[in-house]
Write a protein that binds this ligand. Structure first.
Ligand code: NAP
Length: 253
């Protein structure tokens, strides 16, 4: 009856693992024993991130790939299976945002957000699921946002993409349950990362966010360690199709 959070022997793929939330989650999984493999486009940054994880005592590697390329995604998954023998955990995290008023958002900006945040999640999830079905086990953790549920200004494309992630999380949970693969999403509010540092640097905006949050602060990478380790571990064996919101109480109001 003792909960299991140990990830020794597990192999985890973290897309967008070179910085921000992906890096924090890779650190969390690596600290709990998983072999982590980071995927991103910027090779120098990705290699440096893997090196930093190794220096912290984690088993870490890096594979350059663009999540919007089916070929590159499939090659990355194949390399992981060839090198480490399995793929047990996917943190489907790579994402981007273009914040603009509805009337100013250009068509190609909408397309870019959808391509990375929705098609990328689909392509990586599909490639990982094929391997996990062969193994008859797996954990898929999609990174959504509170914007998958609530609306905020200037988030037309981003909120639509995150709403889509919440929906495909539920669909995949149902489809993959027969193979003992659980599929859940983590939906954070604002976390300090390279993606949000410019947005959060406006004191008036920051104050509004803090006021909207019951716990009166913006999230830190450390706030995501417990949730991702829980969803990646044996402790969450009976949890699937869920959106775990990490928002200091914002959306409960
Ligand atoms: P970030 O600091 O900008 O990091 C994004 C990561 O994704 C980088 O490693 C980036 O590396 C990679 N990436 C971007 N496009 C990619 C592509 N096409 N192929 C492969 N990798 C790609 O972002 P973040 O703030 O950590 O956000 C990570 C995830 O959390 C996103 O899905 C975001 O929507 C979600 N989220 C963030 C917050 C927040 O407040 N920060 C809140 C809720 C949800 P390269 O550019 O080198 O490829």
């Amino acid at each position: 009856m003792v909960p299991h959070f140990d990830l020794n022997g597990k192999v985890a793929l973290v897309t967008g693992g070179s910085k921000g939330i992906g890096f924090g989650m890779a650190y969390a999984l690596g600290t709990y024993g998983a072999q982590v493999v980071l995927v991103s486009r910027g090779q120098a940054e990705g290699e440096l991130a893997a090196k930093r994880l190794q220096e912290s005592g984690c088993k870490a590697a890096y594979i350059p790939a663009d999540v919007t390329s089916k070929q590159q995604v499939e090659n990355a998954v194949q390399m992981i299976v060839d090198n480490y023998g399995s793929l047990d955990i996917l943190v489907n995290n790579a994402g981007m945002n273009i914040r603009k008023p509805l009337v100013d958002l250009k068509e190609d900006e909408w397309d870019r957000v959808m391509l990375v945040n929705l098609k990328g999640i689909f392509l990586v999830g599909q490639a990982a699921a094929k391997q996990m079905i062969r193994q008859n086990r797996g954990r898929i953790i999609n990174i959504s946002s509170i914007l998958g549920t609530i609306g905020l200004p200037y988030q037309t494309a981003y909120a639509a993409s995150k709403g889509g992630i919440n929906q495909l999380t539920k669909v995949w949970a149902e489809e993959l349950a027969p193979y003992q693969i659980t599929v859940n999403a983590i939906a954070p509010a604002y976390i300090k990362t390279p993606m949000t540092e410019g947005w959060l640097s406006d004191p008036a905006r920051l104050q509004k966010i803090v006021e909207a949050t019951m716990l009166k602060r913006v999230g830190e990478l450390s706030d995501l360690i417990g949730p991702v380790v829980f969803l990646a571990s044996d402790s969450s064996a009976y949890v699937t199709g869920q959106i775990l919101t990490i928002d200091g109480g914002w959306t409960a109001r």
